[in-house]
Design a protein. Structure first.
Length: 370
């Protein structure tokens, strides 16, 4: 829970890393098991379980930083930085409370299936409260308060550039799938009929693009933040003490493994548990370098969360409303061909000077490898 661009201590605190990853993995895998034994993957409970597990990394990073890690600037018994009150603690409490609310909803969806419809309606409540809370804390408590808590919003121009780049990348991936006939185009007029609207197909696609990519990504900030504050905000800031490139590689492998249970249940790569596991690992490593680059470059965790959200939303739009790939393995996007093009992008990103290690990091890496 420190600035990801600064190395405040020479070595990784493996105890803190182990405790964070252990709790995050343990509770996430328990949720996946509960889902599988309960209503099963693909049921009406699936979405709330997937969203809940995305909240867990931030929940445990916040909880451990406030109540367990005594060297954390947010530890409840430590004085605030520079002798000033760190008002961002209020946001931490709000986020942890919203996560607990999600837990209650998830359990209810399994134990009381008759309430599933109500539960799915209520799950938008913590999302809305999180967005409103973020705005209110930022407006009334100030930029410095959020900056001290590693909650920088970043520049609007960066949001446009990074977000636009992701939309462009996925748009090209969809175009390549269509060019090489690797799937089936969606008929917009038939889609309009299925959705029960009288809008023309082309108009519907524009409306859906705005709703899913713009509105959906902004509303998805609270959920995506859950992953990013944990993985990029806490874990990356620890692991890059091994060297930035090496640290992000390890982070990507950990992040990929965290996804394994849902991959085995059929998420992302349905019916391909082994190949899907390999693909998800590669994808998470490559994406870790993309998101890690943005974090190192801008220092904005909210920007990285937005990138995560717009990636999910745009992929759903292009892959569900424009062109559906026949095979998630042999296709562009999250398939082999898409990962190959993403690897090229990562190759060039790694040439950015932002990846250059500080002398402290270099000395620490040499000590570990000696």
């Amino acid at each position: 829970m420190i600035n990801s661009n600064v190395t405040n201590q020479p070595k990784v605190n493996w105890r803190q890393v182990g405790l964070f990853t252990g709790l995050t993995f343990g509770f996430t895998f328990a949720l996946d098991l509960l889902l599988q034994l309960g209503s099963g993957y693909g049921s009406t409970s699936t979405m709330i379980f997937l969203q809940l597990q995305m909240l867990l990394p931030a929940f445990f990073a916040m909880f451990l930083g406030m109540f367990v890690f005594t060297d954390s600037p947010f530890y409840f018994r430590n004085p605030m930085p520079e002798g000033r009150k760190d008002r961002a603690r209020g946001f931490f409490y709000l986020y942890m409370a919203l996560t607990v609310f999600f837990v209650v909803l998830a359990v209810l969806s399994v134990l009381a299936p008759s309430l599933t419809t109500l539960v799915n309606q209520l799950r938008t409540l913590p999302i809305i409260l999180g967005v409103v809370g973020m705005i209110l804390f930022r407006v009334f408590k100030g930029r410095e308060s959020f900056a001290r808590a590693n909650l920088r919003g970043g520049r609007v121009l960066d949001w446009v550039i990074y977000g636009g780049a992701i939309v462009l990348f996925l748009g090209i991936q969809t175009g390549l799938n269509a060019l090489f006939h690797l799937g089936t185009p969606v008929d917009p007029n038939q889609l309009a009929v299925q959705m029960g609207t009288k809008m023309a197909g082309s108009t519907l696609l524009i409306v859906l693009a705005f709703q899913m990519i713009i509105v959906g990504s902004l509303m998805g900030l609270v959920i995506a933040f859950g992953e990013e504050y944990g993985w990029r905000g806490f874990l990356q800031s620890q692991l890059i003490r091994l060297g930035k490139k090496r640290g992000v590689l390890i982070l990507g492998l950990i992040w990929g493994a965290w996804h394994y249970p849902v991959i085995w249940m059929g998420h992302n790569y349905p019916g391909r548990p082994i190949a899907g596991t390999i693909m998800m690992t590669i994808f998470c490593v490559l994406l870790a370098y993309v998101l890690g680059h943005a974090m190192l470059k801008t220092g904005s965790i909210w920007l990285v969360a937005f990138m995560h959200a717009i990636l999910d939303q745009t992929a759903n739009y292009f892959g569900g409303m424009i062109y559906v790939a026949n095979d998630q393995i042999f296709s562009f996007g999250i398939g082999l061909y898409g990962l190959a093009t993403l690897a090229v992008i990562v190759f060039f990103l790694l040439r950015d000077p932002v990846w250059k290690d500080t002398p402290t990091q270099i000395e620490n890496t040499q000590t570990i490898t000696a």
